[in-house]
Design a protein around this ligand. Structure first.
Ligand code: SF4
Ligand code: SF4
Length: 379
């Protein structure tokens, strides 16, 4: 098998094809500290792309409660159990990736979910990691008792297992932006991609008998507009743009800044070896570091410390980038923080948005002499 370099695991690894990176790679950063599980993103996607026959159970975007939530059922536990020991030495992963652990005759390690695994799209919602006891009653930081929300879409991986597994070469990665698409004309419904995508982000349509997946709203992206799930996000947790490899990171690119410069955004399950391109700012209130490291790799502690500094007002640039999230429908390619404002620019260098680092607060006097009335709300 050819060797490719995967920077997320700090080493070369086996992949069925020669590594060929796209000219630029579409990517997103999700801040788990801000997600409120309103599911607006889920419904925005559902009403745009998957409201047809045979798509009833499909959620290209879903939001699950961790640690117990999952869709399809236990997708993460099942693949991690199969993968075996997952050890890191510093930033280098020493275990096997899904490609290196592939059984004979297969391209990647995987399993095919059953129909019933899709029966409960929001299973485990708001369930905490452990039962409430007297010791756990007190509010401490990080918390003993916790849960957090994990919004998930296809990761438009640099080394997609779905693409590697398809016997019809129906899945391809666009060289212009790295979006992974499935050609439904070529697909014959073998479901190898469902089996081998460890994130379970390919879905089989029982009516048309072909598979389907997230298209990252490519018609919008081509016009410089963010995908629907990003621009409808109520919690403003989503930063959409393009990510570089670490050696080419640009500090004024919002995604590069979060991923490579501040290293506050981490890939989901990097040990699988797909170089997933949705990054997560880990939740800072969660007390179980080992759980977070299993999910986001070894950079969790440092990411949480960096994030806390920004929240304490000690990192204006990081705060600025985070405030840009979902502040415009346009894709922000470059940002700048100056004089209490953060500015966002498109790919032609034109300003598309500016946001104050601190919202102005006005305190009104409690007594309004014009109306000879007292106000209850004075802020
Ligand atoms: S998340 Fe799954 S469906 Fe999406 S590109 Fe990666 S392997 Fe393919
Ligand atoms: S719209 Fe945003 S805040 Fe709401 S569930 Fe989706 S990611 Fe979370």
């Amino acid at each position: 098998m050819p060797k490719v370099y995967n920077w997320q695991i700090g080493r070369e690894m086996d992949y069925p094809f020669e590594g060929q990176r796209p000219r630029r790679q579409a990517a997103a950063v999700f801040d788990t500290n801000k997600c409120i599980a309103c599911q607006t993103c889920t419904m925005a996607c559902k009403t745009t792309w998957t409201s047809g026959k045979g798509q009833e159970y499909m959620f290209w975007n879903n939001v699950e409660t961790k640690p117990w939530g999952s869709y399809p059922l236990a997708w993460d536990v099942r693949i991690l159990e199969r993968l075996g020991p997952q050890t890191w030495e510093g930033g280098v992963y020493r275990g096997k990736t899904v490609f290196e652990a592939a059984p004979a005759g297969e391209r990647a390690l995987g399993y095919l979910p059953e129909d019933l695994d899709y029966a409960y799209p929001n299973r485990g919602e708001d369930e905490t990691n452990a039962p409430l006891t007297e010791e756990r009653f007190y509010l401490r930081l990080p918390h003993d008792l916790w849960f957090f929300y994990l919004p998930r879409i296809c990761n438009h991986c640099t080394y997609p297992a779905c693409l590697a597994s398809c016997p019809r070469t129906a899945i391809y990665k666009r060289p212009e932006d790295g979006i992974v698409l499935l050609d439904q004309q070529r697909c014959r419904g073998y479901r190898e991609c469902l089996k081998e995508c460890p994130f379970k982000k390919v879905f089989y349509n029982h009516t048309t008998r072909v598979s389907e997946k997230c298209v990252l709203c490519f018609p919008a992206v081509e016009r410089g507009i963010q995908p629907r799930c990003m621009r409808t996000c109520i919690g403003k947790i989503r930063t959409f743009g393009f990510v570089s490899t670490p050696d080419r990171a640009r500090p004024d690119n919002p995604v590069d800044f979060l991923v490579h410069v501040r290293k506050v955004a981490l890939p989901l399950l990097p040990q699988l070896g797909l170089e997933a391109n949705v990054y997560y700012i880990p939740p800072v209130h969660v007390g179980n570091l080992r759980f977070l490291q299993m999910l986001f790799g070894p950079g969790v502690e440092q990411a949480a410390a960096t994030y806390r500094r920004a929240m304490e007002g000690k990192d204006e640039e990081l705060r600025g980038v985070l405030l840009l999230a979902v502040s415009t429908d346009r894709i922000v390619h470059r940002f700048r923080v100056a004089r209490g404002l953060v500015y966002g620019y498109d790919d032609r260098g034109e300003e598309v948005v500016r946001v104050p680092l601190k919202e102005p607060t006005m305190v009104r006097p409690a007594y309004d002499p014009d109306h000879r009335a007292y106000r209850y709300n004075v802020t």
